[in-house]
Ligand binder design. Structure first.
Ligand SMILES: [Zn+2]
Length: 112
C-alpha cells in the first residue's frame, strides 16, 4: 500500500471495493482488508485532498454528507459507530479519509 492508496488504487478502480455511497466528488466503501472494528467504512473525496486542513468548505459539506449517510446506516445496523479522521503524524495515508467504524478495535476514549 503506497502513501496514497486512494488516488493510486481505489479511485481509478484498480482494486475492488464494496461501494456503500457516492456523490459526484465523494466515495464511501468497505476496504478489501478490514482496517479495524467489526464494520469499517472509509469515506474519501475523489479529488486529491491531503487532509482535513486542506479541505475547502464546499467539498466539506458534500464529504460530510456522505460520512453522515454511512454513519446513519452504521447506527441503524449496529446501534453506534465512531467517525474519525487523522492528521499530521497520526495520518498514515496522505489522502484525506474518514473512518466510520463499529465495534471492537475502535479507539476508546476513557473518561478521566
Ligand atoms: Zn490522493
Amino acid at each position: 500500500m503506497g502513501p496514497d492508496w486512494y488516488c493510486d488504487e481505489v479511485i481509478p478502480g484498480r482494486v475492488a471495493v464494496e461501494v456503500l455511497a457516492k456523490t459526484g466528488r465523494t466515495l464511501a466503501f468497505r476496504p478489501p482488508i478490514p482496517g479495524f472494528g467489526t464494520d469499517h467504512v472509509i469515506v474519501i473525496p475523489t479529488l486529491h485532498v491531503t487532509s482535513l486542513l486542506d479541505l475547502d468548505d464546499d467539498l466539506a459539506v458534500e464529504l460530510l454528507g456522505t460520512v453522515k449517510e454511512v454513519a446513519a446506516l452504521a447506527v441503524e445496523q449496529h446501534g453506534g459507530c465512531q467517525v474519525l479522521t487523522t492528521l499530521g503524524s497520526e495520518q498514515h495515508n496522505r489522502h484525506l479519509h474518514w473512518h466510520v467504524a463499529v465495534g471492537e478495535g475502535v479507539a476508546r476514549f476513557v473518561a478521566r
